[in-house]
Design a protein around this ligand. Sequence first.
Ligand code: NAD
Length: 260
Amino acid sequence: MKRSRTALVTGSSSGIGLATAKVLAASGVQVMLHGLEEQAIGEPIAQALQQEFGVQTRYFCADLATPDAVKQLVNATVTQLGALDILVNNAGIQYTAATQDFPVHKWDQVLAVNLSAAFHATRLALPAMEQAGWGRIINIASVHGLVGSANKAAYCAAKHGLVGLTKVVALEQAANGVTANAICPGWTDTPILNHQIQVFAEEHGVSIDEAKLGLLHSKTPYPSLIDPASIGAMIVFLCSDAAAAITGAALPIDGAWTAQ
Ligand code: NAD
């Protein structure tokens, strides 16, 4: 019998990562969930998926700002679930400030979590994928991997970097059955937006719901924030045999933000 695939989804304690972990588990994939939240908070999230979908799931808490922590997470996935076939580099943070005022430690932190962690996880996961002749690397970049926005120097630099990393890995692995793609979401309904929504509401004197629409319509006429589950569904498709030739792509899911 063919063994189940195993996925590591970084930053899957909430938002896009959690929605992705759910759809992967629903499609029969074993999942290592991960987040900054301590084991006591993360483990029940993983156990709930295991009960609902009947696949093995685990949770590992790690701050991915250091290469050592990324190594521990990758090792824990292989040790606890037996393999690492699908790597979803999703953990990410945002910080907004004008470039000349951007705190240096925030620049370093955003680059470390949003870009370097993906590099470290990828380099550690690749040898086994290459040997198996099958693997999927999916990097959750952003529309900000394709275009810029004011006050997002570190985030835009990291996400553009992630798209570049994706292309290089895709070229290196194209003959080996290992694909690498970036997904570039627009405004998606997750906690990462809370601060920006709050600031918009205060600056414009509007309600939180009005601020959500205000932020959205500052970039695209799309009528609502994007459902994180739709990004998970794209990831499940990228893991299918039908997507074997989709590699090196940066796929927008952005309500036409980057169509302009
Ligand atoms: P979220 O805040 O719900 O999730 C972020 C996840 O990253 C959490 O699980 C958190 O624990 C983890 N994380 C944060 N800092 C970490 C650290 N130092 N080490 C390890 N893990 C850490 O936000 P989200 O919107 O689901 O974000 C997921 C990804 O999607 C991010 O890379 C983000 O940049 C990207 N993205 C989000 C949007 C959006 O509008 N929500 C749009 C484009 C791209």
